[in-house]
Ligand binder design. Structure first.
Ligand SMILES: Cc1cc2nc3c(=O)[nH]c(=O)nc-3n(C[C@H](O)[C@H](O)[C@H](O)COP(=O)(O)OP(=O)(O)OC[C@H]3O[C@@H](n4cnc5c(N)ncnc54)[C@H](O)[C@@H]3O)c2cc1C
Length: 465
């Protein structure tokens, strides 16, 4: 290495002497990578193929000590910092341009305690890896619906998944979190220790420090009935009307999502994806009306495993390479007039990889008090996402425009609130909409734990102190 040019928090460049950087590298157990070094290009790739940023340094942390060293180094030199968990966030905020990327993706240990029904999981795990370990004990906690999503970013934003009707969001299952705060101190936040911070970590994103591990409550999860029914888009009106009533009537054990998308054969279709996590016979009775409705092109509903259920969407959202843009909101109703707009706009979908998704937040997730966690959007409602995916970067403007126009047409029917983990990069003005009355409380926490805004590459709660 020679002297290093690196971006600071105020956007200017600083020069770090070679010896300074070497001393930092020597203090780490994991590798410190710069441009051109082995592994550098792989480490800076994230799910959204539009993101092509080049950090000056990537600290591939091997454990808590590396995270402490990286945060202290960043603080001392006032460096622009990004924090990478699973690399799935649409914004690509996990990767900074020119600064220090704190990469947790190698920190993957899990310890399941079947007697206490808890699991301690390091922040570099994906949900597929976490589920693999907990399911070995017949246990699970609510996680994302795609196996390659990181546990860290998802839990810190809230965490919607198949188990949320029965066991609440991912953040509702969080018992404690270990983290390194902006002053380089290690602490544990839980209901008893730093309870204010623990509140903020359950929905407030990566604003308050680098979480090194999460302790979750885990639940017995054995039998799963799941799959999807596909109908031609020509039947979308009837199918979506059926879907809204079916989803609303699902018991806590079940969750029904819907998608407007293109089938693998290239036909526009509407899909209803359902899971029932509990007794299979009881589940069959719940899904029977769905299976009997209309004349589905395909019906894949069958007993399966929880691990399999969480890979159902994987092929539709492959990791890396693909260009992505999305916009999201919450909907309390799927009224007939809204359904007409959804059908009309979907007919103009530009890519067979794009889709519009509806996830029904209900049951235990909706019964939590709005003030109990920073994620406060606790109504029976749909998180809806317009997700555009394409491969040719030259077509980006068209796909972005289609996504925005779709979302704008639906917005009059939306609640005005949004899931923080589904905000795209240019939506800073909507961050308040993710927190409603909790926003000022988050600002107070930011003032206390990160007054200089070291952790700013996120859906940023700006400190006011
Ligand atoms: C294909 C796909 C499927 C999804 N499915 C779901 C779903 O089912 N349910 C759901 O709720 N959401 C879902 N999401 C959204 C998801 O919750 C967010 O994208 C989330 O940020 C991903 O976390 P990550 O660790 O993979 O992301 P990263 O991109 O690594 O991190 C995102 C941000 O989180 C913060 N962060 C990450 N790790 C840490 C850490 N250890 N400490 C402090 N801050 C940290 C940083 O600010 C970082 O910029 C999905 C996203 C995608 C792309």
């Amino acid at each position: 290495m020679t002297d290093l040019r690196i971006t600071t928090t105020n956007g200017t460049d600083a020069i770090l002497e070679e010896a300074t950087v070497q001393k930092f590298a020597d203090s780490l157990r994991g590798p410190l990578l710069g441009p051109g070094e082995d592994g550098y290009d792989g480490a800076r790739k994230v799910w959204n193929g539009m993101i092509d940023r080049r950090p000056a340094l990537i600290a591939r942390c091997a454990g808590v000590a590396d995270v402490v060293a990286a945060v202290r180094f960043a603080r001392t030199h006032e460096l622009l910092v990004s924090v990478r968990g699973g690399g799935h966030n649409i914004t690509g905020n996990a990767v900074c341009e020119g600064g220090l990327m704190i990469d947790l993706s190698r920190m993957k240990s899990v310890r399941v305690d079947p007697a206490r029904r808890t699991a301690r999981a390091e922040a570099g795990l994906t949900w597929g890896e976490y589920n693999h370990e907990t399911q070995a004990f017949g246990l699970a906690s609510t996680g994302g619906v795609v196996s390659t999503t990181g546990i860290a970013g998802l839990t810190l934003g809230g965490g919607l998944g198949w188990l949320m009707g029965k066991h609440g969001l991912s953040c509702d299952n969080l018992l404690s979190a270990d983290l390194v705060t902006a002053d380089g101190q290690f602490l544990t936040a839980s209901a008893d220790q730093h309870p204010d911070l623990f509140w903020g970590l359950r929905g407030g994103g990566g604003n308050f420090g680098v979480v090194t591990s999460f302790e979750y409550r885990v639940h017995p999860v054995d039998a799963v009935l799941a799959g999807m029914v596909l109908h031609p888009m020509a039947k979308a009106r009837e199918v979506l009307r059926f879907y809204r009533d079916f989803a609303r009537n699902c018991p806590d054990e079940a969750l029904a999502a819907a998608a407007l998308m293109t089938s693998p054969e290239g036909a526009p279709v509407v899909a209803i994806i359902v899971s029932y996590i509990g007794d299979i016979v009881a589940g069959e009775a719940v899904v029977a009306p769905l299976r009997k409705f209309g004349s589905p092109l395909l019906d894949t509903i069958a007993p399966t495993s929880y691990v399999q259920l969480n890979t159902l969407f994987d092929a539709a959202v492959p990791y890396g390479g693909v260009q992505r843009y999305w916009k999201s909101s919450f909907l309390k109703q799927l009224g007939d007039d809204l359904i007409e707009i959804l059908i009309e706009r979907s007919a103009k979908m530009l890519s067979p990889m794009s889709m519009v998704l509806f996830f029904h937040l209900h049951g235990a997730a909706a019964r939590v008090d709005r003030n109990a966690t920073a994620f406060g959007l606790r109504d029976d409602q749909w998180d809806y996402d317009v997700i555009s995916q394409w491969t040719d970067p030259d077509e980006s403007a068209d796909h972005v425009q289609w996504t925005r126009e779709f979302w704008t047409a639906v917005e009059p029917f939306a609640t005005g609130e949004v899931y923080v983990n589904h905000l795209d990069s240019e939506e800073a003005t909507r961050i308040r909409a993710a927190y409603s009355q909790g926003y000022e409380r988050l600002v107070a926490l930011k003032n206390k734990y990160d007054p200089t805004n070291l952790f700013r590459l996120n859906q940023n709660i700006k400190p006011t102190s």
